[in-house]
Design a protein around this ligand. Structure first.
Ligand code: ARG
Ligand code: ZN
Length: 851
C-alpha cells in the first residue's frame, strides 16, 4: 500500500480548533479530545480520523453519543452539517509503548514524539500536515511523580486537583499541524535564562533535564541564545512566543524534534561537560539546538503540505544550521565535515537500491524517508540556489517565502517560486534537482594552447539511472572554478560556471603558462568530479590552492587515486602522498584543525565506493600500508605535532579544539608507524586527559591495537562511566569500530553484555550501527556480520520498527560485493522479508534492498 505524491488531495475536513485533556498515568492515560471540525468543499464524505493502538471509550457529536465506525486505523463519523463539535475519549498506555512514537515513558518521564505520524497514537485526528489547528491542552497528573507539566505554547493556568494530583493548561495560539504537538510530564529541573528579541520581547528560556544533569546544560543554553540572535541577524526571523522550552530524554528515535515552543531532544544533543563530551559532541549539540530552533520558522510557521515535501523544511533547515555552525567556528572545516557526511551517507544512498529524489514520489512508510537525501542533499540544493543567486537575492527570496506562506502548509515548488520571484532568476531547469535521484558525474578536461594563451575547459555531465528512473535530463550544476599557473602559481581565473547542457566548453583567455584546474571549490555542487588530474597537479593544489576546501579536496583525491591504484594493482607508490602530507604538516600558516582534516586518509567505505566490486580486505590492507608508511616516513613530524599540541588545561577555544584534533590524528600515525612507545603514549594520554576528546581519542587508537594497554584502558573507561549511558555508548562504539581481526566476535559478545539493550536507540546505534559501518569487520567472509545484523533487525523490529528499519541499508549494498558475499547478504535480506509479523518499516527497506 504505497502512498503516491501525485495522489495528493485537499483534506475533506478541517479542524481549526482542538482542546485536549490528558489524565496522565504511566500505565494508563485517558485522552479526551474535542475537535471543532469544518467541511472543506462541497463533498458528502464522512469525517475520517486516524487512530492507532487506541482503546476507544466513546464518541460524541455536538454533545450526544454518535454513530461511528472504527476499522483499519480509521474512525469514520458521518456528519450532516458543515460544522460540528466532535469529542472522542481514548485510553493509551505510555509505558508499554516501545516504538517511542506517540506518548511514551523514558526514564520515568512521560513525553511525546509525533512526527511524522505519531499523533494518531495519542488521539483520533486527521494526521496529515496540512490540517492546522490552534491547541488548548489540559494535563492532570500525580504531583510527586510528575511535578512539571509542559506543552506547546504558553502556560495559562495551573492548580491542585486533589488526591495528590495537579493540573496545568497550555495554549498555543499559532495554528499547527498535529505532528508538532508535544507534552512532557516529569520530575525535571530547568536551566532558566532569557532572550530579548530584536523587537524588544523577553522570551523565557528553559532547558529541562533530570536533576543530576543540570550542570551539563550550559553549552546547549549558550547555543540556543546564539541561534536566536543569528536567525534575527541573518534571516530576519524573530521568536514569536513568550516561552521556549527544551526537554532532554534518553530514549529517542532520532536527534530531536521541533515541536512548537517545546522542543524534545535526545539527551545526547543537550548534555555536555568536558569530562563526558567530546569537541565533536559539543559541535553536534550546537548544530542540533540551532536546527530545531530554526524550524520555528522553516517548518512551524511555514510547514509542509504533505510528507513528500519534507525537504522543504529539512533541507532548508539543515542548510541554515550549517551556515550557523560555519559562522560560529571555521567555515572551511565545517564544510569539510558536511561534505564528509554527504559522501559517507548520501552518495551511497543515491547509488543503491534505496535511491530516491529529494522530493520522493512514493513511500510505504514515511519514517523511512527521513534520509540523508532529504536532509543533506536537500541542504545542498538550497546551498546551490544560494550560490547561483548570491546572498542578497537569496535573502530576498527567503523573506518573500516566509511572507507569502506564513501560517500555511507549503510545497518545495512554493519555495523555488519565491526564490525565482524575488531574484528574477529563472530556476525552471533547477527544479530537476528535486525530482531526479542519483549523484551527477561531471567530466572535466582542461587543455591549454600556449600559442593563443587560451585554456579550454570541457565539461560533461551524466546522471546514472536509479530505481524507477532510467531517463534523466541534464541539470544546472554550479561549479566554482579557478585556474593556477603551474610555474608562477598565479591565479588566472576564479569564477562560477553553471553547467546546464550535457556538454559545454568554457574558454579562458590570457593564460600564458600551463594552468592547473581547481574545480567544485567549496564543493559548490553535490557531484562527483572526474578530472584525471595528475598526482603532480593535485599535490600542487593541496599545497597552493587559496580555497581551503579545494586544498583539502586535492589531497583527498591524491590519496584516493593512490589507494585505488594500490588495491587494483597491488603495487603502491606512496611518495606523492607522503610529500603532500609533509608539506601540509610543515605549513605554518595552516591551523591545526584544518591540518588534522587534510592529513586523514579517506575511510575504507569511501574507498570502496569508488570501486565496481568492493574488496574489503584489499582496501584495508592498502590503507593500512599507506598509514604505516606515512607514520614511519614522517615520524619526527608526527612527534612534533603531538608534542606541540599537548595542553596543560582544558579550554574550549577553536585553537584548543584544533590542537586536540591534530593530537589524536598524530597519535594514530605514531601507532600506525609501530613506534615502540606509541601504546604507552596513548595510555598516558588516556589516563592523563582532563577532557573526553583526548580520552576517547586515545581509547579509539588503543582499541585497534593488540597491546596490553588496550584492555586496561577499556576496563578503566567502563569502570569510570558505567552509570553514564551517553558515555557508555562510546565504550560500545569504540569496540565496534575497531580494526582488529576479532571485532565481529567481540561485537557478538557485547550484544550479550548486561549493559546492552535493544530498547534504547542510542545504545543500538552505538553497537550495531557502528559495527555495520566498519566495512572490513562487517563484511568478514564467513557472513557472520550479516547474520548478526539480520538478527538484530528482527529482534528490534518487535519493539521499535523505526530503529530496526534504519539498520537495513548496509545489507542492501550487496550488488557492490563479490558473488559469495552478495549471496550471503541477499540470504539475510530474504530471511528478514519472509519473517511473519514484520513491520512495514522494515518490509519496505528490506524488500527494496533485495530489488
Ligand atoms: N523533524 C525532526 C528534525 O529534523 C526529526 C523527526 C524525525 N522523524 C522521523 N519519523 N524519523 O529534527
Ligand atoms: Zn529537522
Amino acid at each position: 500500500a504505497a502512498v503516491l505524491r501525485e495522489a495528493y488531495r485537499e483534506p475533506d475536513w478541517l479542524v481549526p480548533e482542538i482542546a485536549l485533556e490528558f489524565a496522565l498515568g504511566p500505565d494508563r492515560t485517558v485522552v479526551r479530545a474535542t475537535l471543532r471540525v469544518e467541511r472543506n468543499g462541497g463533498h458528502r464524505e464522512p469525517l475520517r480520523l486516524d487512530g492507532e493502538d487506541l482503546a476507544l471509550v466513546g464518541v460524541r457529536v455536538d454533545g450526544r453519543p454518535a454513530e461511528h465506525r472504527y476499522a483499519d486505523g480509521v474512525l469514520s463519523i458521518p456528519l450532516g452539517g458543515d460544522t460540528a463539535e466532535v469529542e472522542t475519549v481514548v485510553e493509551i498506555s505510555p509505558n508499554s509503548n516501545s516504538q517511542l512514537m506517540g506518548l511514551y515513558e523514558s526514564g520515568g518521564i512521560l513525553c511525546t514524539q509525533c512526527e511524522a505520524e505519531g499523533f494518531r497514537r495519542i488521539t483520533f485526528f486527521p494526521d496529515r500536515p496540512d490540517v492546522l489547528s490552534s491547541y488548548k491542552v489540559r494535563m492532570t497528573a500525580d504531583k510527586a511523580r510528575y511535578p512539571v507539566l509542559l506543552a506547546n505554547g504558553d502556560p495559562v493556568a495551573a492548580g491542585d486537583a486533589g488526591e495528590g494530583r495537579h493540573w496545568a493548561e497550555w495554549h498555543d495560539p499559532f495554528p499547527k499541524p498535529c505532528y508538532l504537538f508535544a507534552l512532557v510530564a516529569g520530575d525535571l529541573v530547568a536551566n532558566r535564562d532569557q532572550f530579548v528579541t530584536a523587537g524588544g520581547k523577553t522570551v523565557e528560556l528553559g532547558i529541562w533535564v533530570r536533576e543530576g544533569d543540570l550542570a551539563k546544560t550550559e553549552h546547549a543554553m549558550a547555543s540556543l541564545k546564539a541561534a536566536m540572535a543569528w536567525d534575527e541577524r541573518v534571516y530576519g526571523r524573530e521568536y514569536d512566543l513568550g516561552v521556549f522550552n527544551i526537554v532532554a530524554v534518553s530514549d529517542f528515535n532520532f536527534g530531536a524534534m521541533e515541536n512548537k515552543g517545546l522542543n524534545i531532544f535526545n539527551s545526547r544533543y543537550i548534555l555536555a561537560d568536558p569530562d563526558t563530551a567530546t569537541d565533536a559532541d559539543y559541535d553536534a549539540i550546537a548544530g542540533v539546538v540551532a536546527h530545531e530552533y530554526f524550524h520555528n520558522w522553516s517548518g512551524n510557521r511555514v510547514t509542509c503540505r504533505d510528507w513528500f515535501q519534507l525537504s522543504l523544511k529539512e533541507g532548508f533547515t539543515v542548510f541554515r544550521d550549517q551556515q550557523f555552525s560555519a559562522d560560529q567556528g571555521s567555515p572551511a572545516v565545517k564544510r569539510i565535515e558536511d561534505v564528509r557526511v554527504l559522501r559517507a551517507a548520501q552518495f551511497p544512498e543515491d547509488a543503491g537500491p534505496l535511491a530516491h529524489p529529494v522530493r520522493p514520489e512514493s513511500y510505504i512508510e514515511i519514517s523511512n524517508f527521513y534520509t540523508a537525501t532529504v536532509y543533506n542533499k536537500g541542504a545542498e540544493l538550497i546551498r546551490m540556489i544560494h550560490t547561483i543567486l548570491g546572498p542578497d537575492k537569496f535573502r530576498a527570496g527567503s523573506d518573500l517565502y516566509f511572507e507569502r506562506h506564513d501560517g500555511e502548509a507549503a510545497t518545495c515548488e512554493d519555495f523555488v517560486a519565491a526564490m525565482e520571484d524575488a531574484s528574477g532568476c529563472d530556476l525552471s531547469q533547477f527544479r530537476l534537482w528535486y525530482s531526479q535521484a542519483g549523484t551527477p558525474r561531471v567530466r572535466a578536461d582542461l587543455t591549454h594552447h600556449a600559442g593563443d594563451g587560451r585554456a579550454h575547459l570541457e565539461l560533461a555531465q551524466e546522471l546514472p539511472s536509479t530505481p524507477g528512473q532510467d531517463q534523466k535530463k541534464p541539470m544546472p550544476i554550479p561549479l566554482k572554478v579557478a585556474l593556477f599557473g603551474e610555474l608562477t602559481g598565479e591565479k588566472y581565473a576564479d569564477r562560477l560556471v553553471v553547467l546546464e547542457e550535457t556538454a559545454q566548453e568554457i574558454v579562458f583567455e590570457g593564460i600564458g603558462e600551463r594552468p592547473i584546474l581547481s574545480i567544485n571549490r567549496d564543493f559548490s555542487a553535490p557531484v562527483v568530479i572526474e578530472s584525471g588530474r595528475s598526482a603532480d597537479d593535485l599535490a600542487f593544489l593541496s599545497a597552493q590552492d587559496d580555497n581551503p576546501f579545494a586544498r583539502y579536496e586535492a589531497m583527498q583525491q591524491l590519496m584516493l587515486d593512490t589507494l585505488v591504484a594500490a588495491v587494483a594493482g597491488g603495487k603502491a607508490d606512496h611518495a606523492a602522498v607522503i610529500e603532500a602530507v609533509r608539506r601540509t604538516l610543515e605549513d605554518e600558516r595552516l591551523d591545526a584543525a584544518f591540518v588534522a582534516e587534510a592529513v586523514l586518509l579517506p575511510t575504507e567505505a569511501f574507498i570502496g565506493d569508488q570501486m565496481l566490486v568492493v574488496d574489503p580486505e584489499a582496501i584495508h590492507a592498502a590503507r593500512e600500508a599507506l598509514r604505516t608508511d606515512l607514520g614511519q616516513e614522517l615520524e619526527p613530524l608526527w612527534r612534533s605535532a603531538y608534542a606541540s599540541t599537548a595542553a596543560n588545561r582544558f579550554e574550549t577555544s577553536p585553537s584548543a579544539k584544533g590542537a586536540r584534533r591534530l593530537r589524536t590524528v598524530a597519535l594514530g600515525y605514531l601507532m600506525a608507524a609501530g613506534a615502540e612507545d606509541a601504546a604507552a603514549l596513548a595510555l598516558a594520554q588516556f589516563e592523563g586527559a582532563d577532557n573526553m576528546t583526548d580520552r576517547q581519542g586515545a581509547l579509539g587508537m588503543l582499541s585497534n591495537s593488540d597491546a596490553a594497554e588496550r584492555d586496561r584502558a577499556l576496563d578503566a573507561f567502563y569502570a569510570r562511566y558505567r552509570s553514564n549511558a551517553l558515555v557508555l555508548d562510546k565504550w560500545f562504539s569504540v569496540q565496534a569500530l575497531s580494526t582488529r581481526d576479532d571485532t565481529a566476535e567481540a561485537v557478538e559478545r557485547l550484544a550479550k553484555h548486561p549493559d546492552f539493550t535493544l530498547a534504547n536507540p542510542n545504545r543500538m546505534r552505538a553497537l550495531v550501527g557502528a559495527f555495520a559501518a566498519n566495512q572490513r569487520a562487517f563484511h568478514q567472509t564467513d557472513g557472520r556480520g550479516y547474520r548478526f545484523l539480520a538478527e538484530m533487525i528482527l529482534a528490534v523490529d518487535k519493539l521499535n520498527p523505526q530503529t530496526a528499519a534504519r539498520l537495513v541499508p548496509p545489507l542492501g549494498r550487496w550488488r557492490r560485493f563479490d558473488e559469495a558475499r552478495a549471496a550471503l547478504m541477499q540470504a539475510e535480506l530474504r530471511r528478514v522479508v519472509e519473517t511473519k509479523g514484520l513491520s512495514k518499516d522494515v518490509f519496505e527497506q528490506a524488500s527494496k534492498s533485495l530489488g
